[in-house]
Design a protein around this ligand. Structure first.
Ligand code: ATP
Length: 239
């Protein structure tokens, strides 16, 4: 359980002349929920997009379970088990819930595994089972978020990447989605979560990094960070 699943060293990513990541080091331990916290434009989404292989690095290395993924293409990275649930939910609005979930299983060959993954998703999110024939655009915001996470789970992730799952949702819904994220970790899936909602995230995370304009400015166990005066001041509203 204490092995490192993902190791990032000196990662730099540029968009033209903008240095979005200025050399970051990060480890994600197997079986943990690791969080990247930070405000708008800090580089959180860029970090996730690089891990899932849709951006090129201009420096540094990424290693996942013994594989060098620094230059690997996104489809190969997905096959290794890194699956992202994107920001803003981004479900296929005109497809049903079940069809959306099926699109998440494109890397999975075995019908039996697909069936098991459906059962797993419906276990976490029973409302998706109730609405499996419903068109995704008719779901509430919270249900669409559940669907986006469910779709990622259909790909049998070893490392699940979550981009701002709390975005735009009411506090009660955020709480229940975060409870499920904890359960997903307890069932053995490693989770890397990007969030602006530091307070809620530190409640479920094991370890966290704070990213500010492309650099890591703080890191520590969720417990340490929850009690860190600087972090409380900057992100927890002076608790
Ligand atoms: P947010 O929560 O707003 O998505 P973030 O922490 O995820 O913030 P990123 O989206 O990673 O931040 O952005 C990091 C920096 O890179 C910002 O300065 C942003 O303006 C810039 N940036 C992001 N995407 C692009 C792009 N496609 N082209 C140019 N600049 C970009």
């Amino acid at each position: 359980m204490s092995g490192i699943a993902l190791s990032i060293k000196g990662l730099k990513v540029n968009y033209g002349s903008i240095e979005a990541l200025k050399g970051i080091d990060m480890n994600v331990k197997q079986g943990q929920i690791v969080a990247i916290l930070g405000s708008n434009g800090a580089g959180k989404t860029t970090t996730l997009r690089k891990i899932s292989g849709v951006l090129e690095a201009s420096g540094g290395t990424l290693e996942f379970l013994g594989h060098d993924i620094t230059k690997m293409q996104s489809n190969k990275i997905a096959k290794l088990g890194i699956i992202q649930s994107p920001e803003g939910r981004q479900v296929f609005r005109d497809l049903t819930v079940e069809e959306n979930l099926m699109t998440g299983a494109y890397t999975v060959k075995s019908k039996k595994t697909i069936q098991t993954n459906f059962e797993r998703v419906y276990h976490y999110f029973p409302v998706l089972k109730d609405r499996k024939s419903q068109i995704a655009s008719t779901l509430s915001g919270g249900e669409q978020q559940m669907l986006a996470i469910g779709r990622a789970l259909m790909g049998s992730p070893k490392l699940l990447l979550l981009d701002e799952p709390s975005l735009g949702l009411a506090p009660l819904i955020v709480k229940s989605i975060f409870e499920i994220i904890k359960e997903i970790r307890e069932d053995g899936t490693t989770v890397l979560i990007v969030e602006q909602n530091a307070l809620q995230t530190l409640k479920i995370a094991d370890y966290a990094y704070v990213l500010e304009v492309g650099k890591i400015t703080m890191e520590g166990s969720a417990e340490e960070l929850s009690n860190n005066p600087q972090l409380i001041e900057a992100y927890l509203g002076g608790k």
